[in-house]
Write a protein that binds this ligand. Structure first.
Ligand SMILES: Nc1nc2c(c(=O)[nH]1)N[C@H]1C(S)=C(S)[C@@H](COP(=O)(O)OP(=O)(O)OC[C@H]3O[C@@H](n4cnc5c(N)ncnc54)[C@H](O)[C@@H]3O)O[C@H]1N2
Ligand code: MOO
Length: 395
């Protein structure tokens, strides 16, 4: 399979994942934070569902003074008000039919059962259907569920809503040279990706699979790779592997994928760093994302391909990329897209960071994301470019 340009690779992954969208579930709104609406949220009643007082005061009909005949508290039902009468109403209460105005508590004088006062110019109650008509679409399918969406669903009277869950993700770390504790040295490096990737995936909207987030370091032989991939694919929609994407003596990812019957969606991308990144689909609507071993390259691959994978499986659009203005020049990388680490200052200007080698994490740790320098171009100070956000990146 030929190397794809960076935008095509993202689109291909999003398309393949959209065709394998996760099956919707019905859940209580409060349990759906981070999921995605599988169907439009429509108004089950007009909103508000009844004319509702927006102040504490007196509903009145006809010219004053008015005779105080009753009280309606929030939660009670209201009938009609007669001419010449006043009914005390609380904020949030249903207003009586036929009212002309509401006189605020602080604008009213009550003497015995007589109410006088002057209503304000604007009506002091919310009209039925003011926010939405019955059956109006409040939010489209594909909307990410946030706490505000949960509140909207509850307000609209939903006991359950139909959502696609967060894709379940596993992380398999390959590399016999990796140590899980202690200081690096004597040919061994600390595993940076095992601790980092599950947290990045969580920030990117996936649900880490217990026991597989991370799993590793996995022994560098083909049988171990096949066995652990098979086990992870039982429980995960997305299995992210780190390392072994090349064809060195102990790089077993490609042969393992072949043994499992995987089909490449993307296999290498014209982007620097991170070009050996891949996404493959497996039977049962499962995906493997092969992230290169160099730590920054693995993160580039996650932001480039796994974020669209999560979006597609969730039934969301490919997240549009914001734009930033560059504070300084950034070199291009010939025919490849260059993803350059940047931090943003308080005015929003994007400053290129030092320590950008693909084996380094120092620049990444201060980055908001990657400035996208287009193929064949270089970035110029003052230029507006796309920003690939780093999930959970520095603010
Ligand atoms: N002959 C060639 N060799 C390499 C090329 C190339 O074009 N021709 N490209 C280099 C680039 S660029 C990358 S990126 C890597 C990708 O290699 P792999 O995905 O097979 O990764 P590994 O070889 O397993 O590891 C690469 C590097 O990263 C370190 N590593 C791996 N995992 C971790 C981890 N969890 N935490 C910290 N560091 C990790 C590993 O020790 C290696 O130094 O291929 C190049 N080679
Ligand atoms: O492509 Mo590598 O991922 O530059 O380090």
């Amino acid at each position: 399979m030929a190397t794809l340009d960076w935008d095509s690779a993202r689109n291909e992954v999003h398309l393949a994942a959209s065709e394998a969208k996760l099956i919707p579930l019905r859940q209580k709104p409060s349990e759906t934070d981070g999921a995605t609406l599988a169907a439009p949220l429509t108004a089950l009643t007009p909103l508000p569902a009844f004319d509702t007082s927006s102040v504490d005061g007196y509903a009145v009909r006809g010219p004053g003074p008015w005779r105080l005949t009753g009280r309606i508290l929030a939660g009670q039902t209201a009938s009609e008000i007669e001419t010449g009468c006043a009914i005390e109403v609380a904020t949030g209460a249903m207003v009586p039919r036929g009212l002309d105005a509401i006189v605020r508590l602080e604008d009213a004088t009550v003497t015995g059962d007589k109410v006088t006062g002057t209503p304000r110019d604007k009506p002091e109650w919310r009209r039925v259907g003011e926010e939405s008509e019955l059956d109006e679409e409040l939010l489209p399918a594909g909307t990410p569920v946030t706490p505000a969406v949960i509140g909207m669903a509850a307000t609209a009277g939903y006991d359950t809503i139909e959502v696609r869950p967060k894709p379940r993700a596993a992380v398999l770390v390959f590399g016999d040279e990796l140590a899980s504790e202690g200081k690096p040295g004597n040919g061994r490096v600390r595993d940076a990706l095992g601790p980092m990737m599950p947290n990045l995936l969580r920030r990117a909207g996936a649900a880490p699979v217990p026991g597989f987030c991370p799993r590793g370091p996995i022994e560098d032989n083909l049988d171990s790779h096949i066995a652990v991939l098979r086990a992870a694919l039982d429980d995960a929609d997305i299995v992210c592997t780190t390392g072994g994407t090349m064809h060195g003596p102990v790089d077993h990812l490609h042969p393992a994928l072949t043994a499992l019957g995987a089909k490449y969606v993307v296999n290498t991308v014209a982007v620097r760093p991170g070009f050996p990144m891949l996404v493959a689909s497996l039977p049962g609507q499962r995906f493997v994302a092969g992230l290169p071993g160099n730590p920054q390259s693995a993160v580039v691959a996650l932001a480039s391909l796994v974020v669209p994978l999560i979006a597609g499986l969730s039934g969301r659009v490919l997240p549009p990329l914001p734009r930033v203005q560059l504070a300084a020049d950034i070199p291009g990388r010939g025919p490849d897209t260059h993803l350059a680490l940047v931090r943003q200052d308080a005015t929003g200007l994007a400053h290129p960071l030092p320590h950008t080698g693909s084996s380094m994490l120092r620049g990444l740790a201060s980055a908001v994301g990657f400035a996208v320098v287009e193929p064949g171009e270089s970035g110029k100070a003052g230029q507006s470019v796309r920003l690939l956000p780093l999930p959970g990146g520095a603010g």
